[in-house]
Design a protein around this ligand. Structure first.
Ligand code: CP
Ligand code: NVA
Length: 333
């Protein structure tokens, strides 16, 4: 395998199974070193990275910051109001400026074309921290967590319930197709991923030996699942006015204990987080009151039953992001 030095990490389309496996192995090594207190800041010490967030974040931002610091690097955070990007300065010019100062750039924002453009003009590695279309660093953490749970990935089955045509559905489908994991989207037809991304995933799946299925019946969808996965029904950047329609359309796809029982007995529940599993958030409380509900995409019971897996998954964001940054900045294992 060629070195991953100077590569961008924008979507799974660009990576082979071998490269993704390398990154997952490296993440596991970093996790082990961190747990044992073995420092790993000697190779990338003194490098600088920019973290651009045009949408808010807890996990992704903290993962990039902690991972960068563990690797000996410095970070500069540009928040949704703190940069000129797209408002007073084009992405192209911003990329040219940042590329002169930083060794790598993380970008979270809206359209995928923005992060692609940033990568085109920056001249340093660019990492996708979430766009409307893709969230590949999340799926790396999901796969790392699956390896920890099951010991392998090939031949496993992930079922994604809910809004499957957005960043999480798309990236999980592509990631599964690359890694030989069977993927099923359980959703109403209008929430299925775009045909173009389904076709592409099917072509990758053919090579890796996995299957890609779209299923409107939630019970049929979860049969044989090793992982039942869901995400919020309304994503960042979508209007509040859409909640009512989403609650109506997606409630049949809510992950409940009854649904979990239809999956494999060894199945686990996963979620990229944040999750609406109770009314302890501002939006959760508002929606609870307005629509007389006590949870949304997942019940509190399911969430609590799989807490350990969910917070392993969140922790693994940091280890996998560290591996991606390290490998693309030239860290030698
Ligand atoms: N899962 C995830 O990306 O979380 P944040 O929005 O908190 O970064
Ligand atoms: N689909 C969600 C993912 C959050 C990590 C969003 O885009 O808001």
């Amino acid at each position: 395998m060629d070195s991953l030095k100077n590569r961008n990490f924008l979507t799974f389309k660009d990576f082979s199974e071998e490269e993704l496996t390398y990154l997952l192995d490296l993440a596991a090594k970093f996790k082990d070193m961190k747990k044992k207190g073995i420092r790993h800041d000697h190779q990338l010490s003194g490098k600088n990275i920019a973290l651009i967030f045009e949408k808010t974040s807890t996990r992704t931002r903290c993962s990039f910051e902690v991972a960068a610091h563990d690797l000996g690097m410095h970070t500069t955070y540009l928040d949704p109001s703190g940069s000129q990007i797209g408002k007073k300065e084009s992405i192209e010019d911003t990329a040219s400026v940042l590329g002169r100062m930083f060794d790598g750039i993380e970008y979270r924002g809206y359209g995928q074309e923005l992060v692609e453009q940033l990568a085109k003009y920056a001249g340093v590695p660019v990492w996708n921290g979430l766009t409307n279309e893709y969230h590949p660093t999340q799926v790396m953490a999901d796969m790392m967590t699956m390896i920890e749970q099951f010991g392998d990935l090939k031949g496993r089955k992930i079922v994604y319930m809910g809004d499957a045509r957005y960043n999480m559905g798309n990236s999980l489908m592509l990631g599964c197709a690359k890694m030989g994991i069977d993927f099923t989207a359980g959703a109403p037809k209008q929430y299925f991923p775009a045909k173009e991304i389904v076709d592409l995933s099917m072509s990758f799946a053919k090579k890796s030996g996995s299957t890609i299925l779209l299923e409107t019946d939630p019970v049929k969808a979860v049969q044989g699942a090793d992982v039942v996965y869901t995400d919020v029904w309304v994503s960042m950047g979508e209007p509040d006015s859409i909640w009512e329609e989403r609650i109506r359309d997606l409630t049949p796809y809510k992950v409940t204990m009854d649904l979990m029982k239809k999956a494999k007995p060894t199945a686990v529940f996963m979620h990229c987080l944040p999750a609406f599993h109770d009314l302890k958030t501002k939006i959760g409380a508002q929606m609870g009151k307005k629509f007389n509900i006590k949870d949304m995409e997942v019940t509190d019971e399911v969430f609590n039953a799989y807490r350990t897996v969910l917070f392993d998954e969140a922790e693994n964001r940091m280890h996998t992001i560290k591996a991606i940054m390290a490998a693309t900045l030239g860290y030698e294992d």
